[in-house]
Design a binder for this molecule. Structure first.
Ligand code: SF4
Length: 400
């Protein structure tokens, strides 16, 4: 069993830095074909201040899970599983619970679940009661009596004060004391991610944070400084949305494929190399993706992959919404551009059509009122030169 992450703070320097091949060739692929026994040889990392040993590759579950695939992932050695009460309206948790119970693998897993229900509730007792109620629903579906970590799900900039609320801290401490959770965390893909990460590092009571992070953020100075701060605070750092987001540029991807390059593999390797990040949660849906992501753990980004990934980043920078938010949204007067474009990405890149539509349609009417929004001004304000007006129109057309 080897420790692949321990040298904190090398972060950005390492993010796209190519490294020499180590010669450590782990036969992850062949393990998938072997007898279905839990494999305990997959390399582990220490998850920040939790001190827990987990796999650097985690499994995301925000899709209609196939029990046989979940079992294959667990038996191939994945120890880190991320879920939420809201994924597929609770059925992701139910499927996980069924597989975990049947295979008797609960104790070997690090299981994370989350709730969206927080922020509006005030007072220690009320917060605790609400969190406990949602947690218990998750535990019942997961067929377990504890979660390794419980998250405030999808924190937005508007909810940042919840982190500084002493009653929230006490409510989580009470849940820990009861044994229903071991650690506390949050997830975030909001425009105010840097501010949320900094607050998470300052308040001290959180153990881990999961956030959107991929090769496109290498030049995002504010975010990089916030990650440094969170890393110094020894928070467990988990990346999500690491690989997708470019299928919507088939012309660019096809050209890369001709050069023998697979963007998703290079993208996950780039984040594996960032030594501040301990885990990458990937939304794998088939054994090929599982095999590739496992193999990539011990297969450093080559010079050629780094070069092609950077080429791809530069060529598509003005097509990919970075979620930075406030500039275009202030100008748009009402339309939450970053959120709308994220839902469009769920629809186009992730193939989550129903979920994307449901999320868009749940936005308040004024957020979808394109007639009164100033999309031309939003487009002008976007520092990446995105065709904001056109993209928002496409989103509205597909998601309404
Ligand atoms: S449209 Fe541009 S400014 Fe707005 S969130 Fe996306 S990248 Fe940022």
């Amino acid at each position: 069993m080897s420790e692949t992450c321990g040298n904190r703070g090398n972060g950005r320097r390492e993010f796209l830095k190519t490294t020499a091949a180590t010669g450590v060739a782990v036969g992850a692929a062949s393990r998938l074909l072997a007898a279905p026994q839990p494999d305990n040889n997959f390399p582990l990392v220490t998850l920040g201040k939790t001190g827990e040993k987990v796999t650097k590759l985690g499994m995301g579950t925000s899709w209609t899970l196939s029990p046989s695939f979940v079992q294959a992932a667990i038996f191939s050695g994945i120890k880190y599983i991320d879920t939420a009460e809201g994924y597929e309206r609770g059925t992701s948790e139910s499927t996980l619970g069924e597989v975990i119970e049947r295979t008797g693998t609960r104790k070997q897993l690090y299981l994370v679940t989350k709730t969206h229900e927080y922020g509006r509730i005030k007072g220690e007792q009320a917060i605790h009661k609400s969190l406990e109620q949602h947690l218990e629903g998750s535990l019942k579906r997961l067929r377990t009596d504890y979660a390794d970590s419980f998250y405030l799900h999808g924190m937005s900039g508007r909810q940042i004060e919840a982190l500084r609320d002493p009653d929230m801290k006490k409510a989580f401490e009470k849940l820990k004391k009861s044994g229903k959770i071991r650690f506390a965390g949050l997830s975030c893909h909001d425009a105010m991610l840097p501010e949320i990460l900094e607050a998470a590092a300052e308040v001290g009571w959180l153990d881990q944070v999961m956030f959107q992070y991929n090769f496109r953020f290498v030049n995002h100075d504010k975010l990089q400084r916030a990650i440094d701060k969170a890393s110094k605070a020894n928070l467990g750092l988990i990346a999500m949305k690491t690989q997708k987001g470019a299928e919507s540029f088939p012309d660019k991807i096809d050209a890369l494929k001709e050069k023998g390059f697979k963007k998703e593999v290079a993208a996950i390797k780039a984040v594996y190399q960032d030594q501040r990040m301990q885990v990458v949660v990937s939304e794998m849906t088939n054994r090929t993706e599982l095999r590739e992501n496992m193999g990539a753990v011990n297969d450093p980004l080559t010079k050629k992959e780094a070069m092609l990934l950077e080429e791809h980043r530069l060529k598509t920078a003005n097509m990919y919404c970075h979620g930075c938010g406030h500039l275009c949204e202030t100008a748009a007067k009402g339309v939450p551009v970053a959120t709308v474009l994220r839902y469009l990405r769920y629809y186009t890149a992730y193939g989550k059509r129903q979920e994307a539509r449901a999320l868009y349609q749940a936005l308040p009417a004024e957020a979808r009122d394109l007639a009164t929004a100033d999309l031309a001004a939003a487009e002008k304000a976007c520092p990446f030169g995105l065709p904001v007006a056109q993209l928002v129109q496409i989103a509205d057309h597909r998601l309404s």
